[in-house]
Design a protein around this ligand. Structure first.
Ligand SMILES: Nc1ncnc2c1ncn2[C@@H]1O[C@H](COP(=O)(O)OP(=O)(O)O)[C@@H](O)[C@H]1O
Ligand SMILES: [Mg+2]
Length: 221
């Protein structure tokens, strides 16, 4: 994913302009684990939202798999979001009325890549790999924070995306669960592009590439 001169400006309610991203030029590659470090307010969530096609830049060009995003139709954007991008959030965003397995299956409902049987088989494999086979039919409020985050990682992986975007994925976890999630993301990054934004310095040692975001400016370490 390539960003060229990406700028994002917000206009706040009192009319002030906030430059959340300031001229970002960067090419994110497959098979790498990127840690983007930044203080609160440095533009991390804005960057993840633009990378994930859920927000648009004010200026600049963004290419996803060579396609210029600003020129794509809404249908194409939804298709890319669903097939190619998996999201992991600080607050998990699991649906409390659905079991772990049902949560994981949600993104597959509009995905026609596989049959229902294949999808369930795939989901079971992921629950196994992440040590959660006994938790598949539990509801989120019956799971620990670390378990919930692993379920949301399975949900992010279920459509076999090429990119995983994680916004403060360890922000609500204790140290051991933090390490667990980071190890899993590291494993995932062997075959995918993993981008984690965070202010947690522990993430740096798992990353192939550490970048800093400071007041909307992205720099290599
Ligand atoms: N919808 C919005 N309207 C106005 N300002 C915003 C909006 N979203 C974010 N900002 C501002 O943009 C800057 C970057 O925000 P954000 O990307 O959320 O940073 P981070 O995730 O690093 O904390 C902050 O100064 C924030 O106040
Ligand atoms: Mg944020």
């Amino acid at each position: 994913m390539k960003m060229e001169d990406i700028v994002k400006t917000y206009i706040s309610k009192n009319g002030n302009q906030v430059k959340a991203l300031n001229n970002i030029n960067y090419n994110f590659k497959e098979g790498k684990f990127y840690a983007i470090m930044g203080q609160s307010g440095s533009g991390k969530t804005t960057l993840i939202n633009i990378l994930g096609l859920v927000d648009v830049p004010t200026r600049g060009k963004y290419f996803f798999n060579g396609l210029e995003v600003q020129k794509l139709s809404n249908d194409k954007l939804s298709e890319i979001r669903n097939n190619e991008i998996g999201f992991v959030f600080q607050h998990f965003y699991l649906n409390n009325r659905l079991t772990a397995l049902e949560n994981v299956l949600l993104p597959t409902l509009i995905n026609k890549k596989h049959t229902k049987e294949e999808i369930i088989e795939n989901a079971k494999k992921l629950f196994n790999n992440l040590g959660l086979e006994s938790r598949m039919n539990h509801y989120p409020n019956e799971l620990s924070g670390g378990e919930q985050q692993r379920v949301s990682l399975i949900r992010a992986l279920i459509n076999e995306p090429s990119v995983i975007l994680a916004d403060e994925p360890t922000g609500n976890l204790d140290y051991n669960n933090e390490l667990e999630i980071l190890k899993l993301l590291k494993e995932v990054s062997k075959k995918k592009c993993v981008i984690v934004v965070s202010h947690n310095p522990n993430i740096k040692k798992y990353a192939d590439i550490v970048l800093n975001l400071d007041k909307g400016v992205l720099n290599e370490n």
